[in-house]
Design a binder for this molecule. Structure first.
Ligand code: SOE
Length: 388
């Protein structure tokens, strides 16, 4: 198959970035989109420059021109749409978190594994060249054995109590809010970069803004609503989390997550300290990787394809001095997904950096263990092992 057709279900905020990434590939045709109502789908299809607006997602799945389904629906619809797509014989690229709960994620993982189709979850921060550089340096032993893995994912778009999102409603967003939305990215990144698994967690969760004044129309991530008519809504899911971590290689770690922290826009930071050296990467400065030493000068590695490890080089497309960022990393993930699909989607052909439903399921188990730990009043909880 030389060209592939893609269809997208859930044409909201992130959908535009899926389409942008796919359009940059060259061998993929954007066939159509399906949304929550025929009217809203028509409008979004026009805004996004997409030819077909399906009446509902089932019509999209019935279309033989669609080989790959991008599932960018709100979390509570992930399972239904991804399962239906797999049953219709379509490859699936799902937004994170994989589903609303670990139980649902498990169903998706098992269905995907049995399907022989490609299954991808958008832990897109893996797609940065310097993230791949960090991963290869650790795998090559350049840091020595990792002993401490720590960092944060901090945002401020939910600071204002007049801002509301479906992510805060457990029936739409799932059991966790900040952890599922962004803590999930950090945990995936920490495991991917270190090549080790989080096996136990101790979590303290908190809702710093327990009452919100909700406008008639919900605001999108990073936007404030301008509506004036409002009602008060009680929030039960966490907007802050502090977590201690244990990894299967014996490393210890910690993570802080928050979405109500003024000044922090999309502040994801990961630091790994090995016995010989340390490294740190920051999402808002993705073209630099900090290297820390004990008995020699510290260094900054710049994103320069000529100086990167061969496994990281293909994730950098521009020469030194030309920054690449969020959208480029997202495109790298989507490119890996379509490369895998074009190669027949066999497990042995999966690009090493590409996150699958197995990663999405394991990630749900990590978040689930954090929720259990907090509910138990602060007791360490093991993370269930997944046989992939
Ligand atoms: C909002 O918190 C959000 O858009 C997340 O949903 C994305 O996954 C993250 O990459 C950026 O922030």
């Amino acid at each position: 198959m030389s060209r592939l057709g893609m269809g997208l279900v859930g044409p909201g905020f992130i959908a535009a970035h899926h389409l942008d990434a796919v359009r940059r590939l060259g061998n993929v045709d954007v066939i159509g989109v399906a949304g929550s109502s025929p009217e809203s789908t028509q409008r979004r299809a026009a805004e996004l420059g997409v030819g077909r607006a399906y009446e509902n997602y089932q019509r999209l799945l019935d279309d033989p021109a669609v080989h790959v389904v991008h599932n960018t629906t709100p979390n509570h619809l992930h399972k239904e749409v991804s399962l239906a797509a797999l049953r219709a014989g379509k490859h699936v690229i799902s937004d994170k978190p994989l589903a609303s709960s670990a139980k649902e994620s498990r169903e998706l993982f098992e269905a995907a594994r049995a399907s022989g189709l490609a299954h991808v979850v958008t832990f897109n921060y893996r797609g940065h060249a310097l993230v791949q550089q960090a991963r290869s340096m650790i795998a090559n032993g350049e840091l020595g054995a990792p002993v401490f893995v720590h960092g944060c994912y901090l945002q401020d778009w939910l600071t204002d109590e007049r801002t509301y999102s479906w992510r805060l409603d457990p029936s739409l967003g799932g059991a966790s809010s900040a952890l599922g939305d962004i803590g999930s990215h950090w945990c995936d990144l920490a495991e991917h970069v270190t090549g080790s698994r989080i096996v136990a967690v101790l979590a303290d969760l908190h809702t710093a803004v327990p009452l919100r004044q909700v406008a008639a129309t919900a605001s999108r991530a990073f936007d404030a609503s301008t509506d004036t008519a409002r009602r008060e809504v009680k929030i039960t899911s966490e907007d802050l989390a502090s977590v201690l971590l244990r990894f299967d290689n014996g490393a210890r770690g910690s993570l802080v997550v928050g979405q109500v922290l003024p000044g922090h826009k999309n502040d994801l930071r990961l630091e790994v300290n090995g016995r010989q050296a340390s490294l740190a990467w920051r999402q808002e400065q993705p073209n630099e990787l900090w290297l820390g030493h004990h008995a020699q000068a510290n260094a900054l590695i710049a994103k320069d394809p000529a100086r990167l490890d061969p496994s990281a080089r293909s994730y950098a497309h521009l020469p030194a001095g030309h920054p690449e960022a969020w959208a480029d990393a997202f495109r790298n993930l989507i490119a890996d997904a379509y490369r895998w699909i074009a190669d027949g989607a066999r497990p042995e052909h999966k690009p090493a950096a590409l996150p699958t439903f197995a990663d999405g399921y394991r990630n749900s188990l990590v978040i689930d263990a954090m929720l259990r730990s907090d509910a138990s009043g602060g007791i360490w909880q093991p993370v269930e092992h997944v046989d992939e």
